[in-house]
Design a protein around this ligand. Structure first.
Ligand SMILES: C[S@@+](CC[C@H](N)C(=O)[O-])C[C@H]1O[C@@H](n2cnc3c(N)ncnc32)[C@H](O)[C@@H]1O
Length: 360
């Protein structure tokens, strides 16, 4: 097999990231956006020892599960992998993926239940983080990273992100552009704005903006606050975050609140949670409630149990289950997360939970 060779192949499986898999001679070929059961004409892009990578040239026999993607940046963007597949079938694929992983780990077959999907699998993410940089023509740009690259693709309607968050991010970017504030250039480590992050408590409608900067010296920051909060009254806090390292990690450790209290709240069912700029909080709140409810249901709690919420983050799972058990111990490596977990227990009037900073 050689680079640029054109072949007709049958797709015999889909891999962990949804990529189609074909076998020719002794080669396994990975082909993005190909679906099991399809016959495809491909071009080989890269050949390793027994593995090759190809791209679709023509779909000769199409899968009945193939759909037209509803996103105009799908083929370039590194965010979604399965938008060319009908949602119900994508859940089947995920089920199979879990089954395969468990089979490998346990070395036996186990039955697993069907995936519990979303009724509306759109605009559900409560946290967007858009990179800001410099485009090829030297202009400031904001969007999403292209697949396996740090090239920024502008996006105006991401189907995953909460719509209010997208609007706030755009307003922040408009301001930055208007004031000719510089975007960060990864090649030279120069420029100021690296990321715009917007988080929302979907139940409280409270929005947090985090502007990740190469230096804390943000010109016109008062004007920025005025501009963004006037246009979006539900923005409750704006935070500057310093990240001047040459790294792929988005957030630095240092925050400075320039508007509001530095945090927002959200509810999961009847439990209230404080969200700080650096704290982990599940990004799909609709499915979080379903997931935690299922976990509690499967645990068949009688009210007498002691629960260990390992890797507890800000304590969401333990606190969610706290009414149904006798005692909760939350354990987590990050000190600030444990601080938030203790505060979350207090906010909810929970007396049967203790949290500890420990490595599991
Ligand atoms: C994906 S988050 C999940 C948090 C929480 N359970 C939830 O569902 O919101 C994983 C958490 O594990 C913590 N963590 C990672 N490695 C750890 C370790 N070795 N011991 C304890 N906590 C760890 C991280 O700091 C993070 O808060």
């Amino acid at each position: 097999m050689v680079k640029n060779e054109e072949l007709e192949v049958d797709i015999i499986d889909n891999g962990f990231e949804g990529e189609g898999i074909a076998k020719v001679d002794n080669f396994v070929i990975f082909i993005p956006e190909a679906i099991i059961g399809e016959r495809i004409r491909i071009k080989i892009l890269k050949v390793n020892k027994n593995i090759a990578y190809g791209k679709i040239l023509e779909i000769i026999k199409s899968s009945k599960y193939r759909v037209e993607s509803d996103c105009n940046t799908y083929s370039k963007c590194g965010g979604c992998n399965l938008r060319h597949i009908n949602y119900e079938y994508s859940l089947e694929m995920k089920k199979k993926s879990v089954q395969n992983t468990l089979r490998k780990a346990l070395k036996r077959d186990i039955e697993i239940d069907d995936m519990i999907g979303m009724e509306e699998p759109y605009y559900y993410r409560n946290k967007l983080q858009y990179p800001v940089g410099v485009s090829e023509n030297g202009k400031i740009t904001m969007g999403v990273f292209a697949k396996r690259s740090h090239r920024i693709i502008e996006t105006n309607d991401c189907k995953l992100q909460n719509k209010a968050c997208q609007k706030v991010a755009k307003d922040v970017f408009d301001f930055i552009k208007q004031k000719e504030i510089l975007g960060y250039d990864e090649k030279t480590n120069l420029g100021l704005v690296r990321h715009v992050i917007v988080r929302i408590g979907v139940k409280t409608d409270e929005i947090m903006v985090i502007i990740v900067l190469n230096s804390m010296n943000l010109q016109n920051e008062k004007e920025l606050v005025e501009f963004v909060t006037t246009k979006n009254p539900n923005v409750k806090t704006i935070v500057k975050n310093l990240n001047n390292k040459n790294t792929n990690v988005i957030l630095g450790r240092e925050n400075q609140t320039i508007f509001g209290d530095g945090y927002i709240f959200d509810y999961l069912e009847n439990k209230k949670f404080k969200i700080s700029p650096l704290s982990f909080y599940q990004v799909n709140p609709v499915q979080t409630v379903k997931l935690y409810t299922k976990a509690v249901e499967y645990a068949e709690l009688t009210g007498k149990e002691t629960i260990f919420d390992l890797y507890c983050g800000v304590g969401t799972i333990g606190i969610f289950a706290s009414d149904k058990v006798e005692k909760i111990y939350g354990i987590e490596a990050v000190e600030n997360a444990i601080k938030d977990a203790k505060e979350n227990a207090m906010i909810n009037g929970i007396k049967n939970a203790e949290f500890f900073v420990r490595k599991c």
